[in-house]
Design a protein around this ligand. Structure first.
Ligand code: ATP
Ligand code: MG
Length: 429
């Protein structure tokens, strides 16, 4: 079906990309906007990246544009850089036979747009827009979007057997675009879920991450649980062995607190693991299996450890022992992370607001702020370096932070020397 779109619905980012189509057309090739940018244009959603499909072969694209990156030549993709923007320009292709449930055994370049659209996963992702804003929609993507339905191009079973990642993509799109999967699509996922074992863990992680960032945590949790897809990953995940436990309403309250797009990725993952009642150690193992970055891993572990601590003490008021534990935590975990989590978790337990108040009353928040360093200590004590320096610094930090010792170099020097003379390791300030 071909339909003329109103120019008003075309976003500036797509208009800005027109010179690329124009160059390709002038060189005698055909070229169209395709994929997510077309879908999001029809939905009036902000478009973030622009994909172009063309009859030009990759080498011809490389010749035509000054600044190109040969991103994936074997798949026909060249990234064209123009006016500080990047555009993925891909030669029309049909995927030849799939042999291993994840990628075609070979890619065949074809002449026609329609064949290229046919290899795409869902009808809403299989539309194209040309330079005159004509929409090409051979599989009824627009109608599906209008009816709030997610359907595959062609038979779901076949499409998922070709590339098992499409099952996770189906979950992601249905969650983030609030679409109902067709029964056929749903049943194909139940039937072929185990094919997910052929998919690299990084790709699974990427889909999960995008799901978490685009949908309510409670919805992601229930979809993951219903589809059981995560029990079939290449490497086993703890999350697949758990049932949701935490109050999901509580978790979504968390997300509603701020602008969802500003919530850090680590917060999304932490909430997911909390929803399944997993320990920080189990979460750490899953994050490693999913090949997520060390930074993400460390952040999530900090959040979960802090939550475990809050949960374990939820019946208590903030007594001296808990204050001491908090100061110890400041020594181990980055302050920024602890604070961010506390800010989000105001509602979580009464302890959080007490802790917040206490935290606000501290004199210093990290070793860096301490007016004494390891070098000072070694100079004053005239003893060989060792673990004792770190212990002493931690001791000083806790005393200064809690206001029991002034943060003054002279005062602390005197304190350390007196302590040293009497070897007063048991002395408390
Ligand atoms: P997003 O807005 O999340 O980037 P997108 O639709 O642009 O969504 P991409 O992963 O960027 O998703 O892929 C671009 C297009 O390539 C898709 O719209 C779809 O047409 C096609 N595509 C991507 N992955 C697959 C796949 N596994 N199988 C079939 N077609 C795919
Ligand atoms: Mg995209």
């Amino acid at each position: 079906m071909i339909q003329q779109l109103r120019p008003q619905i075309i976003q500036p980012a797509m208009k800005k990309a027109c010179p690329i189509l124009d160059s390709l057309l002038r060189a005698g090739f055909s070229a169209y906007f395709v994929g997510g940018a077309v879908r999001d244009t029809l939905l009036g959603k902000h478009i973030h990246d622009i994909d172009i499909a063309t009859s030009a072969q990759p080498e011809q694209v490389l010749e035509l544009f000054l600044h190109c990156i040969p991103t994936g030549l074997q798949h026909g993709t060249v990234t064209v850089v123009q006016d500080d923007e990047t555009y993925e320009v891909t030669t029309y292709r049909a995927d030849a036979e799939y042999t291993d449930f994840r990628r075609p055994s070979e890619v065949v370049f074809v002449d026609e747009l329609e064949q290229d659209l046919q290899r795409r996963d869902f009808t809403m992702n299989a539309m194209a827009i040309d330079i005159n804003w004509k929409l090409y929609d051979p599989y009824g993507g627009q109608t599906d979007l209008h009816n709030g339905v997610l359907s595959t191009v062609g038979k779901s079973e076949e499409r998922f057997q070709e590339d098992a990642l499409r099952m996770l993509r189906a979950l992601r799109f249905s969650l983030t675009y609030h679409l109902r999967m067709t029964d056929e699509c749903q049943q194909a996922i139940w039937k072929h879920g185990r094919l997910l074992r052929h998919i690299a863990m990084e790709r699974v992680a990427n889909e999960l991450s995008r799901m978490l960032q685009g949908a309510a945590c409670a919805d992601v949790v229930s979809q993951l649980q219903q589809s059981k897809l995560l029990s079939f990953t290449k490497e086993q995940l703890y999350i697949a062995q758990y049932q949701p436990v935490a109050s999901l309403i509580k978790l979504d309250k968390f997300k509603q607190q701020g602008d969802a797009s500003t919530i850090a990725e680590s917060v999304h993952w932490s909430l997911l693991f909390l929803a399944f009642g997993m320990s920080s150690e189990q979460a750490a193992s899953d994050l490693k299996a999913l090949r997520l970055s060390n930074q993400l891993h460390d952040e999530v572990c900090t959040y979960l450890k802090l939550t475990e601590w809050l949960q374990a003490n939820s019946e208590h008021t903030l007594n001296e022992a808990l204050k001491q534990q908090w100061l110890n935590m400041l020594l181990v975990y980055p302050l920024q992370l602890l604070n961010a989590w506390l800010n989000h978790f105001q509602w979580y337990s009464p302890l959080v607001s007490e802790l917040h108040q206490y935290h606000g009353s501290l004199a210093i928040y990290s070793l860096k702020e301490l007016a004494v360093s390891g070098k000072h200590i070694l100079k004053w004590c005239n003893k060989p370096a060792g673990a004792w320096v770190k212990e002493l610094l931690h001791h000083l930090f806790i005393a200064v932070a809690a206001g029991k010792l002034p943060n003054s170099t002279d005062y602390m020097k005197e304190y350390i020397l007196t302590r040293n003379e009497g070897d007063g390791s048991n002395e408390q300030p």
